[in-house]
Design a protein around this ligand. Structure first.
Ligand code: DAT
Ligand code: MG
Length: 140
């Protein structure tokens, strides 16, 4: 069965949205394979996770945000779970995320110079899912 990796980012945990995010996963019928509350991740781990973005001008703000507090990490499985979870998350930019999606229902567009805080992460392909599961859960 297809698997994907997800994160409830520091904003989601701080705002008390863990239960509502997990409820949507269960409601949709996906199977929870792994689920852990983790202390704020190290910069090194976040840099590896976002290896495709580390050279972008905005990346330092992402790193600061992602290391700012505890996160929930997990693996879920189900038919087409990678693309389906991406649809459930909604667009990257909160102002573009449709109502009914997690980001569209809970995330606000950045104000001032803060970075995008959009509650959740989900792998974007089978290759990233495998890489991210190995990175966060140490499966070789
Ligand atoms: P997604 O999280 O929808 O997969 P992504 O992988 O392109 O989006 O980027 C990872 C995170 O980085 C994203 O959730 C928010 C932030 N981000 C992406 N593009 C950005 C940009 N142009 N400016 C600021 N932050 C950005
Ligand atoms: Mg991404």
């Amino acid at each position: 069965m297809e698997k994907t990796f997800f994160i409830i980012k520091p904003d989601g945990v701080k705002r008390g949205l863990v239960g509502q995010v997990l409820q949507r996963i269960e409601q949709r019928g996906f199977q929870l394979e792994k689920l852990e509350l983790r202390p704020a991740p190290s910069s090194e781990l976040v840099d590896q996770h976002y290896e495709a973005l580390v050279d972008k001008a905005f990346y330092p703000l992402i790193r600061d945000f992602m290391t700012s507090g505890p996160i929930v990490v997990g693996v879920i499985s189900g038919p087409q779970v990678i693309s389906c979870w991406r649809k459930m998350m909604g667009a990257t930019r909160p102002e573009e995320a449709l109502p009914g999606t997690i980001r569209g229902d809970f995330a606000q567009a950045p104000q001032g110079d803060e970075t995008i805080q959009n509650i959740v992460h989900g792998s974007d392909s089978p290759e990233s899912a495998a890489r991210e599961i190995a990175l966060w859960f140490g499966e070789k």
